[in-house]
Design a binder for this molecule. Structure first.
Ligand SMILES: CC(C)(COP(=O)(O)OP(=O)(O)OC[C@H]1O[C@@H](n2cnc3c(N)ncnc32)[C@H](O)[C@@H]1OP(=O)(O)O)[C@@H](O)C(=O)NCCC(=O)NCCS
Length: 196
C-alpha cells in the first residue's frame, strides 16, 4: 500500500506543474484533472492538489477545493438542527463557512488500497492548517452510487438531505428525474476536537 506522506510528493497544480495521463476511471474527472484544472485556477474558481509518487512519477490521486457555504435556508428542519448542534448563537448565522471538494479521484491502479481515505484525511488537515478559523464544513456533491456513497460514509460524511425525495424537492426536480449526486457534509469541528 502506498503511504501518501512518505512515498509521494504533494503538489499544488500550476502552469509549471500540471497533471497528465491521470486515469481514475471517470471520464469527467479525468478531463478536469488532465485538461481543465489550470483554467479553473486561472479563473480563481478552484485550487487543485495532487500526490505524485516519488519513484514512478505517477499521479496517485487528486482533488480540487473551493470556498463555499452551507446555507441554513437550504436545509430541511431536521438537518438544520443537526448542523447547528454544536454551534453557539445559531440564530445569527444564515450560512456556515465551508470548502467544497469539487473533484476527487484516485488513479485506477491505486484503487481499494486506502488511498482515498488517506487523501480525505489530508484534505481535512490541509484545510485546518491553511484556514484554521473558518473551515467548519467540508461539502461534496458525491456520485449517487452505493460504492462511492459507502466510501464517503466510511470517511464520516453525512447526507445533507436525509432522503433522495427531500433532495429532489430542494432542487425543484421532478420525482422521476434521476438524482445524479448526493450532497454530503463533514463537520470539521469533530475532526479538530479529535472526536472521530
Ligand atoms: C471513490 C474513490 C475515490 C475511492 O478511493 P479508494 O482509494 O479506492 O478508496 P479506499 O481504498 O480508501 O476505500 C475503499 C472504499 O471505497 C469504496 N469504493 C468506491 N468505489 C470503489 C472502487 N471503484 N473500488 C474500490 N473501492 C471503491 C468502497 O466502499 C471501499 O470500501 P470497502 O473497502 O468496504 O469495499 C475511487 O474509487 C475513485 O477515484 N473512483 C472514481 C472517481 C470517483 O467516483 N470519485 C468520487 C467522485 S464524487
Amino acid at each position: 500500500m502506498v503511504d501518501l506522506r512518505t512515498q509521494c510528493e504533494f503538489v499544488i497544480l500550476s502552469a509549471e506543474r500540471l497533471i497528465a495521463g491521470f486515469d481514475c476511471g471517470d471520464t469527467d474527472l479525468n478531463e478536469f484533472f488532465n485538461h481543465e484544472a489550470l483554467h479553473y485556477k486561472e479563473q480563481l474558481l478552484a485550487q487543485t492538489g495532487f500526490f505524485r509518487h516519488y519513484e514512478t512519477g505517477e499521479v496517485v490521486c487528486a482533488f480540487s477545493l473551493s470556498p463555499n457555504a452551507l446555507k441554513i435556508a437550504d436545509l430541511p428542519g431536521s438537518r438544520r438542527k443537526k448542523v447547528r448542534e454544536y454551534i453557539p448563537r445559531e440564530k445569527s448565522l444564515q450560512s456556515y463557512p465551508a470548502f467544497l471538494i469539487g473533484r476527487f479521484g484516485v488513479a485506477l491502479t491505486f484503487r481499494g488500497q486506502g488511498i482515498g481515505a488517506q487523501l480525505m484525511d489530508f484534505i481535512k488537515i490541509h484545510c485546518l492548517i491553511t484556514y484554521p478559523d473558518f473551515c467548519r464544513f467540508l461539502l461534496i456533491d458525491a456520485y449517487n452510487n452505493s460504492s462511492v456513497l459507502n466510501f464517503y460514509q466510511k470517511n464520516n460524511f453525512s447526507a445533507v438531505f436525509s432522503s433522495e425525495e427531500q433532495e429532489r424537492d430542494a432542487y425543484k426536480m421532478n420525482v422521476d428525474e434521476p438524482l445524479r449526486t448526493r450532497y454530503l457534509f463533514f463537520d470539521m469541528i469533530h475532526w479538530k476536537n479529535k472526536s472521530y
